[in-house]
Design a protein around this ligand. Structure first.
Ligand SMILES: N[C@@H](CCC(=O)N[C@@H](CS)C(=O)NCC(=O)O)C(=O)O
Length: 305
């Protein structure tokens, strides 16, 4: 289980303190130099933050007593996980728990607009969580990553776990990981939106996405007919699907016709690391009222900024 930190704004300020840049011509030498300088500055600030973090670690509030903390792995510094308890966030808590990597969970309150804060956009330009900062990145330097699929692949490569190293095995995993990213996740999101959050009842949209979910669980069910996990062995492709499938029936998608998906779900939910990953909570998330017009304006009225 993670350490817990709420002072993410301070953290971001320290990491990405740069001000707005002048407008430079893309591809110009000045632009390249500015980018290189910005990259070096970012790396330097991240390294400095890691150093300060070590000193401050005693002050960081630890995970609730009822949950166990992942035993420390090889990494020297905990990974910062920018997180909110949703199926996309759980992909990463599950993977971190499976790999026994130490991490600090930093809540991104998406109901209040934390995802639009400049400091967060510096590491996650699509204004979505999850995102991570690994202070022990490639060549020992910090690295930030957004998009849950890219994070899973990175952690798989970093640890050598749940992501095969041989090309055939890796392609198998990649196909099902990308399948989740392009199908199961986005379509479930839209299905839930039109069923539960749309201001009007739109039968066409509800039917369209409910049918898609039915098709998608059908594809998964067929795939699991003759294998225990999506890519043969348990992998990041399974990890990506757990949060969504675990909520399917609660979200109104009937799994009773998909016996293989149910069997797979029981198997993965029985894993201790999965249990721990799914139980990383943020107190504020329990109090989000999606009927509140202010919250709806943040979440459901997003346009280019
Ligand atoms: N493709 C992204 C999707 C992430 C995503 O949609 N995250 C949602 C929560 S599940 C989010 O941050 N929402 C904020 C918002 O809608 O403004 C990923 O897999 O990382």
């Amino acid at each position: 289980m993670p350490k817990f930190s709420e002072d993410w704004e301070l953290r971001w300020l320290r990491i990405f303190r740069g001000g707005p840049k002048e407008r430079l011509h893309p591809g110009s030498r000045e632009m390249l130099m500015a980018r290189t300088a910005e990259k070096q500055k970012k790396e330097m600030l991240m390294a400095r933050t890691a150093e300060k973090q070590k000193k401050r670690r005693r002050k960081v509030r630890s995970a609730p007593k009822s949950v166990k903390t992942a035993p420390p792995a090889d990494s020297k510094n905990p990974i910062d996980l920018y997180y909110w308890p949703t199926p996309n966030g759980w992909k990463i808590t599950i993977m971190l728990e499976e790999c026994a990597l130490p991490y600090t969970m930093i809540p991104v309150d998406i109901s209040k607009g934390d995802q639009f804060k400049p400091h967060f956009l510096a590491i996650s330009p699509n204004n979505r969580m999850p995102a991570i900062v690994d202070y022990d990145g490639p060549n020992g330097k910090p690295i930030s990553i957004f998009e849950s699929g890219a994070i899973l692949q990175y952690l798989g490569r970093k640890t050598g776990k749940f992501y095969p190293q041989d090309e055939r095995g890796r392609v198998e995993v990649d196909q099902w990981l990308f399948w989740q990213m392009a199908n199961l996740g986005p379509k479930a999101g839209e299905a839930n939106h039109f069923r539960n959050y749309a201001p009007e009842h739109l039968p066409y949209a509800i039917k369209r996405f409910s049918n898609e979910m039915n098709r998608i669980y059908g594809v998964m069910n067929r795939r699991l007919e003759d294998r225990e996990f999506l890519a043969g062995k348990y992998s990041i492709a399974d990890i990506a699907c757990i949060g969504w499938a675990s909520r399917a029936e609660r979200h109104g998608h009937d799994l009773s016709a998909f016996a293989n998906v149910r069997r797979w779900l029981e198997t993965v939910l029985a894993r201790p690391a999965v249990k721990r990953g799914l139980s990383v909570k943020v107190e504020a998330a329990f109090h989000v009222d999606l009927k509140d017009p202010k919250i709806r304006a943040v979440l459901f009225n997003q346009r280019a900024r």
